[in-house]
Design a binder for this molecule. Structure first.
Ligand code: AMP
Ligand code: MG
Length: 269
């Protein structure tokens, strides 16, 4: 499995119909995938501790998907065991009145990571070119400028040593049907079901188009988008964890040196 296969190169045309949501790459089965995920996670946990201790750079991981795409499950599986002191997850819902009274990036900027922090966005500033575009929540003259504005925003973060990774979890329409049905069948999943999900599903093609434009315009060399095959949750988790691990290894965070002459320190009784 090579995560680079799923990275969108800057300014290339994306046709999601050509991306197999059931792809499992070279991973033969769920058991192997779970083993790979565990191995990745051990290394992520170690590197995250170093990132926190070093406190000189940070990471922002963005998740977007259609409803039932698996954002929550993927976050749970990939970051299990990471020290919560240095890791934050922020979910973004429909903006409230105060948020709506500001520029669209205001509410996101407040949650970008400080040095040392690994920050996860469950939905993100990209909603403002997804649901907002599909549902005409603001005029086209406004949302169409946001792709450039988002790229600039992310450039500002990168200049501040924030490494950005963005994952679009790609499921197909049949898989969404199954997942919505299973939410209806299982009382423990009822809380996840919203009648709004059916309304959104009716806009499936419009959403796919909005995702394609987002992927084309906002996958940059330094803040790439990955299209993650997500019909199989186990494969999805391997791809996402592998991309995060590769980025952390490249960042190569180091434990700071302690004070000099620590070997001479005597702790008094
Ligand atoms: P969920 O993540 O399932 O709890 O749903 C959150 C809902 O908030 C989704 O329907 C999103 O499309 C919606 N949402 C998130 N961000 C925005 C935004 N900037 N504008 C409008 N709706 C949003
Ligand atoms: Mg939902």
């Amino acid at each position: 499995m090579n995560v680079e296969d799923y990275r969108i190169q800057p300014n290339t045309k994306v046709n999601l119909g050509e991306w197999d949501a059931s792809d499992t790459g070279t991973v033969p089965d769920k058991e192997t995938a779970q083993y790979l995920l565990k191995e990745n996670r051990k290394k992520i946990i170690d590197l995250q501790e170093r990132l926190y201790a070093e406190s000189a750079q940070s990471m922002l991981v963005v998740f977007q998907a259609m409803d039932t795409g698996g954002k929550d499950g993927c976050i749970e599986n990939v970051f299990k065991g990471v020290n919560p002191t240095g890791c934050r997850v922020r979910s973004f819902k429909v903006p409230n009145d105060v948020e709506r009274a500001h520029d669209f990036l205001w509410r996101y900027h407040q949650h970008t990571p400080r040095n040392g922090i690994l920050q996860v966005f469950n939905r993100s500033h990209y909603e403002d070119v997804l649901v907002v575009r599909v549902k005409d929540l603001v005029p086209k003259s406004i949302w169409s400028k946001r792709y450039d504005q988002i790229n600039h925003f992310e450039e500002v973060l990168e200049s501040n040593n924030t490494r950005i990774l963005k994952f679009y979890l790609h499921i197909d329409k049949d898989e969404q049907k199954k997942r919505l049905e299973s939410r209806l069948d299982d009382p423990a999943k009822h809380w996840k079901y919203s009648s709004a999900d059916l309304k959104e599903r009716a806009y499936w093609n419009d959403y796919q188009e909005a995702f394609e434009v987002m992927l084309e315009k906002c996958s940059t060399a330094t803040a790439p988008w990955f299209v993650v095959p997500a019909n199989h949750k186990w494969y999805r988790d391997v791809v996402v964890s592998s991309a995060i691990l590769a980025a952390l290894e490249e960042m190569d965070p180091q434990f700071p040196e302690g004070d000099k002459n620590l070997d001479k320190v005597k702790i008094p009784n």
